[in-house]
Ligand binder design. Structure first.
Ligand code: FE
Ligand code: CA
Length: 517
């Protein structure tokens, strides 16, 4: 690391940078992990912080021991002069001194500012907007979405630029952390090392989240706006499915123990509502959030309830390419979301009253025909292509209930995509029933550009693909149109990376499918 660059880019955060550089040294201010807000409603939002004097203490307790009392304040102004709500909350070792405050009683559709005080020290000030009331006329909403931030492979400049867009809302679509660590022949690719080896237990997952939250760009993004969030696989383990590890020798019982630790650490570090407290190895993250008459976000969970990937080989259960002769692919019992979540989603489509229905989830929805070594058009088993009938059910539900302007947003594949979604991807006459945008990674490695470009002639519903850049997606929504910007950073290895616009798309209300702008 270049110390001068680091200090220059964020003098105010020198404290947390010092922590990142000297893991063992205790800080005077215990708010080393910043603050965050999430799940906005018309009368409030969830507030989060975790006090950690020594965020990477080996026992996962952040250098804290006894209970700590925190005060929280919500103000109507950015200088925190006009405090409109406040309270106290206890933090202790059971949840690694994290707190989740559900603030209510606020006015709808306006910004608020908040902070915490503990041990005689103040946290940074964060900002969050309340949602409009359900039937309010909302003229515009700006949101940005992100996925796949691997600490070891780069700096989080993309997060800094997201914050600078001044979004009303941020959506995290998974791989917020990576549980594994580059080692062996890949170790020389590491730009900044993880805190320790692959996370498998509660202390390991806690410290992984804590490390990521020491990042000044990620802290800035959380201070800038409330977020919605879901996860993908790396919050637990690469390519896991429900109770199944990608490793065939791991029993469901052992894997669920690991998943419980990972889910608890996730809860402890995310601005979820206190009612989301995990029960054993279960944590409900799917939910729906409405913003006046303009938009609803259905946030899905694509990992916890899915059927295991089809046609495992003797050595591999996770993502791999299989031909259509894998009969298990077309078993109608297979589910990506789980039957309860599917029912909940389709009921939401049916009842929708808003102009735009955003479905925020972890993976590529569109069919992607990839050539197998034998030259067949294969199915990647770990994403929606491994669940083709579940995908068809979902798109049929959209075609049947016709929620206004359904738009899927996703991540996982470390590249930008704009796709037309169809009930039947194999029938050229099948109409486009929904639009899909997939964002590239914040830092994680891309799929090979030329190989994937070679797949496009077999996938005419793919309107755009680009994997050579890291970045995020920003969206400006009005009643009439959705304008989507694919934003890229100059270099993931540069802590001062600059931003530029790669590509812009527009979706006109009433017409599924994006148009280059
Ligand atoms: Fe990823
Ligand atoms: Ca993933």
């Amino acid at each position: 690391m270049n110390r001068r660059q680091l200090l220059a880019r964020s003098g105010a955060l020198a404290g947390s940078l010092a922590i990142a550089r000297h893991f063992a040294r205790a800080a005077a201010n215990p708010f080393t992990l910043g603050v965050a807000s999430g799940e906005p409603s018309p009368d409030g939002f969830a507030l989060w912080t975790r006090v950690a004097a020594n965020p990477l203490a080996p026992d996962g307790q952040g250098g804290m021991s006894g209970p700590v009392s925190l005060t929280w304040e919500v103000a109507a102004d950015d200088a925190m002069r006009n405090v409109v709500r406040s309270g106290t909350v206890e933090a202790d070792r059971r949840l690694a001194h994290s707190v989740h405050v559900e603030v209510g009683g606020l006015d709808s559709d306006r910004p608020y500012w908040y902070r915490f005080t503990a041990l005689g020290e103040r946290s940074p000030i964060g900002r969050a907007r309340t949602a409009p009331v359900p039937n309010a006329q909302l003229d515009r909403l700006r949101f940005a979405f992100a996925s796949c931030a691997n600490w070891e492979l780069g700096y989080f400049s993309a997060y800094r630029h997201m914050a600078e867009e001044n979004p009303d809302l941020v959506v995290f679509l998974g791989d917020y952390i990576y549980e594994h660590t580059y080692a062996g022949k890949n170790a020389d690719r590491v730009l900044r090392k993880h805190d320790g080896p692959t996370a498998t237990d509660l202390a390991g997952y806690r410290n992984r989240y804590a490390l990521y939250r020491t990042d000044p760009d990620l802290q800035a993004l959380h201070r800038a706006a409330a977020c919605l969030m879901t996860w993908d696989d790396h919050e637990v383990e690469n390519d896991y499915a429900n109770e199944w590890s990608e490793h065939l020798e791991t029993s469901p019982e052992d894997f669920l123990r690991r998943r419980a630790a990972a889910y608890q650490a996730y809860y402890e570090h995310m601005p979820l509502r206190a009612r989301s407290l995990p029960k054993g190895s279960a944590l409900r993250v799917y939910d729906r959030f409405r913003f006046g008459n303009l938009a609803t976000f259905s946030v899905l969970d694509g990992r916890q309830y899915r059927t295991k990937q089809p046609c495992a080989t003797p050595t591999k259960r996770g993502g791999h390419l299989v031909p259509a002769s894998c009969a298990e692919l077309f078993d109608p019992q297979r589910t990506f979301l789980g039957h309860d979540q599917e029912r909940w989603l389709y009921e939401g489509f049916q009842r929708s009253e808003v102009a735009w229905n955003v479905i925020a989830q972890d993976q590529l929805v569109a069919r992607l025909r990839e050539r197998t070594d034998a030259g067949e058009l294969g199915y990647w088993t770990d994403d929606w292509d491994g669940f083709p009938l579940a995908r068809q059910r979902m798109l049929e539900a959209i075609a049947a209930t016709r929620p206004a302007n359904p738009v899927f947003i996703g991540g996982d594949i470390h590249s930008f995509w704009t796709n037309d979604l169809k009930v039947d991807f194999d029938a050229s006459s099948s109409p486009t029933v929904a639009t899909e945008f997939v964002g590239t990674s914040i830092t994680s490695d891309p799929p090979p550009y030329h190989l994937f470009m070679g797949f496009l002639p077999d996938n005419p519903h793919v309107r755009y693909f680009e994997s050579r850049h890291r970045g995020y997606v920003a969206v400006d929504l009005t009643l009439d149109r959705m304008e989507t910007r694919f934003q890229i950073v100059s270099d993931r290895r540069d802590p001062n990376a600059t931003r530029s616009l790669l590509k812009r798309f527009v979706v006109e209300s009433g017409k599924a499918g994006a148009i280059p702008a």
